[in-house]
Design a binder for this molecule. Sequence first.
Ligand SMILES: Nc1ncnc2c1ncn2[C@@H]1O[C@H](COP(=O)(O)OP(=O)(O)OP(=O)(O)O)[C@@H](O)[C@H]1O
Length: 576
Amino acid sequence: MKSDPPRVRALRRQLTATFYRKNKATFFVTAGAMLLLGGALLAVAWILQQIIDIASGDSVAPLVRMCWLCLGVLVSVTTIYVVQCYTYPAFLRRAMKQYKEYAFTELTKKSISTFSDENTSRYISALTNDAVCIETNYLAKIFTLLTKSVSFVGGLVMMLLYSPLLTGFALLLSLVPLAVSVLCGNRLARMETEVSRQNESFVAMTKDLLSGFSVVKSFKAEAEVVARFCRRNEELEETKGRRRRMEEVITMLGTGAGIVAQLGVFLFGAYLAVTKQGVTPGVVIVFLPLMSFVVDPIGSVPPILANRRAAVALIDKLADAVGKNVRESGEQMDPVLRDGITIDHLTYGYHESAPVLNDVSVRFEAGKSYAIVGTSGSGKSTLVNLLMGSSNDYQGSIRFDQRELRSIATESLYGLVSVVQQNVFIFDDTIRNNITMFRHFDEKLVQQATEKAGLTPLLAERGEDYICGEGGSGLSGGERQRISIARCLLRQTPVLLIDEATAALDAATAYSVSAAILAIEGLTRIVVTHRLEEPLLRKYDEILVLKNGEICERGSFDALMARREQFYSLFNVANG
Ligand SMILES: Nc1ncnc2c1ncn2[C@@H]1O[C@H](COP(=O)(O)OP(=O)(O)OP(=O)(O)O)[C@@H](O)[C@H]1O
């Protein structure tokens, strides 16, 4: 049996529960309306039988009674339809809105590290295509099943009352195709999951190809890219085609069974009427609609149930994806660093056989500034990422004050540490919203942060309501980086990690932004930098030099220069 983490199991239940939260009234009214409609159809069948048998007699009086009954049924059906016109769309709208909102909210509970290891296309597909499938095949079909159940049960009861012999004959005819349809249903569920998987990978590929549009054009790789697109598109459509074919087969079996049963029953009914075995012409004729009430569900309910199972599989798939890789518990920590960060014998590698950091031990005291320098690939970013909780799979320990990083709840960690990275993400929104991340901050704090990040000239020129464009396309690389620095400064976390944040800035701006950050009182700064400028390097309390994942040197600028080893040569190469 599949064993899932309790969180995933709870999520499955929660996701299904979101359909009905504050939505029960609309659900029950719609369900009630559907049940009444089913009942109305049975009433129409009974009226039909009565009219035919009245027609075989010689009195007009019962026909008048039938006219009133017909009118009553008509008024009732119209009223039910009017109610249903409002409640049915209202139920689906709220159910799907809540389902997607809940899934997205749960998704945001993931840590940066676990989310970055996942493929975002899975979520795009789950919240778009899969959601449509769930709406159509799971939610809407609840009501279809209700209507069909009422007409099936009601139709069967009426048939038994009319003629048990004829009814038994009809049921016998319908049994074999029913079994075949149910068996095919499992196959259909597996196919639906496969379609969703293929769709996910199709979305991932399309997103990737479109993101790299300019690279494709400049390298004249259009033909190759189109070929890749076509290949994946064909695979997806083939899988969908196989699924459609299976659906058709199931429907065909159901319909075939319906036709055989209807004709057989009609002929047998006529025989019973002719041989005067308690069946009237009205009963024979009304057996036709009643048969369709009974036989139609036999043919159509198995595919509906199979589609529902397939849609449930999609809900499970989303719950799996959202519920996995979330640090479930962890200690809460005040957003204060009292002593510092202590790293002891830290060894870490992306693959077991090749450690990227090797037995690193270092202490970052609270309120001090540290520069990390080293050749490309020496492990600087990896160290910064681990401090941001990118992985728990390290050996040794990383402690914030006395708390081991693995035991700290992620949201608590993000209250303590913020990071400015090389790759900045800018939302297609105003500069202000990109700095504040859509939250409210005191005006003075915003001003201080923008000033320190060197954003004042940009704000004076464009205004804080300037729309940055998709991915920040309306800004230069340096402007984007300054926004991300202001964003971090505004959060006022006690620890600031900076990974090559000034790489895209011109020398003068880089200097003033770095100097402003280094002048902030009480902030613990760990700055990865390739800018080896003496005036800046002198401002750090300590410089750490990484080489092949090990700290090979550490000390003040003067001390390291005096050693004339790794740092000395890095500095001289950088300063030509
Ligand atoms: N996600 C990853 N998966 C596998 N290997 C990785 C990953 N990220 C980094 N590495 C590898 O780990 C090593 C250290 O990379 P890291 O980015 O920490 O170095 P760095 O010192 O920051 O380099 P740079 O100065 O070029 O940014 C490199 O060999 C790199 O290829």
